[in-house]
Design a protein around this ligand. Structure first.
Ligand code: 13P
Ligand code: SF4
Length: 328
């Protein structure tokens, strides 16, 4: 869902099928050039979108790229909070997305009015907020973090009281890594990372005793306690490429397998099983709203566009910049 703070232009009307060129990939590459657009994609996007992107990365890397680019248009193949962050960092550039409804359960589970009210109970705390939240929630924060720098950012507040939002699993992981058992956690979760089953994971591990388990810190503690390595998407990809192990069980969104196969073609990659193995629960339903067809239309029409009201932008920029400063 679009964030509670963003004013958005109307989505393009659904184009009839006949409107699509036969070679969509070629048309998308052409449009990128014609529109002077850079295409940024998250590792959870479908393979074909990742292959067309100018840059594929995790949330932090994508924010850094969004800040650096001199393209007139940023086309963001990810979810809404990522495009919104790019707009906050680049107010003069047009930021477009294939589907405005590509939200995030973490962002949706932390509405700004409720978050602001909750913070009233912690007036003397620093507010560290995971980037998976709306611009309005960012505006209420002291610093933003991603899964790749959360530990480092919380460590920067040694000696100060800290609230961490919105992901309670990442928050608990950070508390453990930093020894900060006083972290106050907002109780949000990611609907994708919560679906992995400990019982099925252990059964899989019995069948693949040599496999290393790698997991994103948005997973529940019941999964993380069995992990050989816990990291952001880019951290997991790097680990799989560099580890001496041959087999891996991957506990995160299945889109990551595409890059892992590219950087580690000789490794065996096994997706961690969700509780209900008949579903595609290890695919983010928001990320997967983006398709090649919608990407084509969005580059053709330069719509739908993501915008952030100036007042919110002004307040949200500082905590994002602070994160970038603490991440170099
Ligand atoms: P990364 O920080 O690894 O990009 O994670 C983003 C995300 O949405 C995980 O669900
Ligand atoms: Fe949000 Fe989870 Fe999807 Fe990441 S995988 S965008 S945290 S719902």
């Amino acid at each position: 869902m679009a964030s509670d703070s963003t004013s958005i232009s109307a989505p393009h009307p659904n184009a009839p099928a006949g409107e699509f060129p036969d070679d969509l990939e070629e048309a998308i590459l052409r449009l990128k050039k014609e529109q002077n657009a850079v295409l940024l994609a998250h590792y959870y996007q479908e393979d074909e979108i990742q292959d067309l992107a100018d840059f594929v990365g995790d949330s932090l890397q994508l924010s850094q790229m969004a800040k650096q680019t001199d393209a007139e248009v940023i086309c963001f193949a990810g979810v809404h909070f990522m495009a919104e962050t790019a707009k906050i960092l680049n107010p003069t550039r047009k930021v477009i997305v294939p589907d405005l409804a590509a939200g995030c359960s973490l962002a949706d589970g932390c509405p700004a009015p409720a978050f602001g009210k909750w913070l009233e109970d912690y007036p003397d705390h620093k507010v560290v907020t995971y980037i998976n939240c709306s611009a309005e929630v960012k505006a209420l924060s002291d610093v933003i973090c991603t899964s790749s720098n959360a530990v480092r950012i919380v460590e920067a507040f040694a000696g100060e009281k800290v609230v961490f939002a919105p992901d309670k699993h990442l928050g608990r992981y950070v508390a453990k890594q930093t020894g900060r058992d006083d972290l106050v956690l907002w109780q949000g979760t990611c609907m994708v990372h919560e679906t992995f089953s400990e019982k099925k994971l252990l059964a899989l591990k019995l069948r693949h005793p040599e496999a290393e388990i790698v997991a994103h810190p948005e997973c529940e503690e019941a999964i993380l306690r069995h992990a050989d390595h816990i990291a952001s998407t880019s951290g997991l990809i790097k680990y799989v490429a560099e580890s001496a192990a041959r087999e891996f069980i991957i506990a995160t969104e299945a889109g990551i397998l595409h890059k892992m196969r590219q950087v580690a073609p000789d490794k065996v990659l096994i997706p961690a099983p969700p509780e209900d193995e008949s579903c595609s629960c290890n695919m983010c339903p928001f990320m997967r709203l983006n398709t090649l067809e919608k990407l084509y239309l969005c580059l053709r029409d330069l719509s739908p566009e993501v915008d952030v009201p100036a007042a919110i932008r002004a307040q949200a920029l500082r905590p994002i910049e602070r994160m970038l400063e603490l991440s170099v």
